[in-house]
Design a protein around this ligand. Structure first.
Ligand code: FAD
Ligand code: FES
Ligand code: MG
Length: 305
């Protein structure tokens, strides 16, 4: 069965209104996107293409300021396209920008909810935590980073949470350990948890789901499989949930963490590793060749590479 989007979303150009570096290799853009901002809800995502020859990549809507027509994206530079995106500056334009896509997060008054995020999952969970707080929930947020210099958005998350726990893997800030250690402590202190939301690396979402499952705590995770068209047509984003095939772009990206086949997702995310590595090396090579000598670095020629 093909589950394409029910309404056509036209790709449009968007301008970068503000650029910030949140942590090494993690950048935040405020984008001029009134149409997307007007319709977007927490948990949805956009697909963008830097230039006409570029690949399409999905990124979660990190914040929505509908009245100003602003949409925020936060991305980690992991490969060619995200690295290239990171070279764009305030005032630059992104050729294609489509959204909002995917189903919004299930926001309601559950009672006590825990929002768990790892690394760049923090800006992704922020609008979800804020909406949960506005819906009347007691919100406990747990943020995990590898080390102190990689942490981000602590103040913003504090403002929408009743309790905020920050963990670092190396103990350089907050509580030493993983988000799952902090989650176990919250469960063990006897707090009745009605829902857990987890956004971050697949392994983190798997471990969070394993932690909550024996306690019967309903857990939603935001899946990030490779996506191409994001319209439900190509099938690339298929994931197995409760033994059934689902398309993350139209059926998700949020799913019941106790039903997700995380191991299959991890395997599928690595399918194009060789090509991705080659593409990044070729891009970096072209950037190096253009540095200093010919004066056209950052020019259309390199940006479109
Ligand atoms: P590449 O070197 O091409 O790939 C690096 C790794 O990224 C791959 O091994 C693969 O695991 C993954 N990847 C590659 N291409 C895609 C693709 N087309 N779609 C999805 N994953 C891909 N990242 C963020 O930093 N911030 C976000 O807010 C964010 N939100 C996402 C929301 C959704 C719904 C999904 C599906 C992914 C999201 N991602 C987010 C992941 C982001 O799309 C990838 O990091 C990006 O596409 C990598 O592109 P690249 O060319 O830089 O890296
Ligand atoms: Fe193509 Fe989901 S069906 S990305
Ligand atoms: Mg890529």
């Amino acid at each position: 069965m093909v589950r394409a989007r029910t309404r056509t979303q036209e790709a449009s150009t968007t301008k970068i209104l503000k650029k910030e570096v949140l942590a090494p290799g993690i950048k935040r853009f405020e984008l001029d996107a009134p149409e997307v901002a007007r319709k977007a809800k927490p948990g949805q995502f956009v697909v963008l293409r830097i230039h006409e020859q570029g690949e399409r990549i999905p990124l979660t809507i990190g914040d929505i300021r509908a009245e100003e027509g602003v949409v925020v994206i936060v991305f980690m530079e992991v490969g060619k396209t995200t690295r290239q995106l990171g070279t764009l500056e305030q005032g630059d334009e992104i050729a294609d920008f489509i959204g909002p896509l995917g189903r919004p997060s299930e926001i309601e008054d559950y009672g006590t909810v825990v929002c768990v995020a790892g690394g760049v999952g923090t800006p992704e969970i922020y609008p979800i935590a804020r909406a949960l707080k506005q819906a009347g929930n007691k919100v406990i947020s747990i943020l995990g980073f590898r080390s102190k210099d990689l942490r981000m958005m602590e103040e913003e998350m504090k403002a929408v949470s009743d309790e905020l726990i920050v963990t670092t893997d190396d103990g350089s800030y907050g509580t030493k350990g993983f988000v799952t250690d902090a989650l176990k402590s919250v469960i063990e202190r006897g707090e009745k948890l009605d829902k857990v939301f987890a956004v971050g690396p697949v392994i983190m979402m798997k471990m969070v789901s394993k932690t909550t499952e024996p306690h019967g705590i309903s857990t939603l995770v935001s899946l990030n499989p490779i996506m191409v068209d994001a319209t439900g047509m190509c099938g690339v984003c298929r994931v197995t949930v409760g033994g059934e095939m689902k398309l993350a772009c139209v059926d998700g990206p949020e799913f019941d963490g106790h039903q997700v086949d995380f191991d299959e997702l991890m395997t599928r995310l690595k399918v194009y590793l060789t090509e991705e590595k080659q593409s990044l090396e070729a891009y970096e090579q072209r950037r190096t060749e253009h540095q200093g000598g010919c004066g056209c670095c950052g020019s259309k020629e390199v940006k479109d590479a």
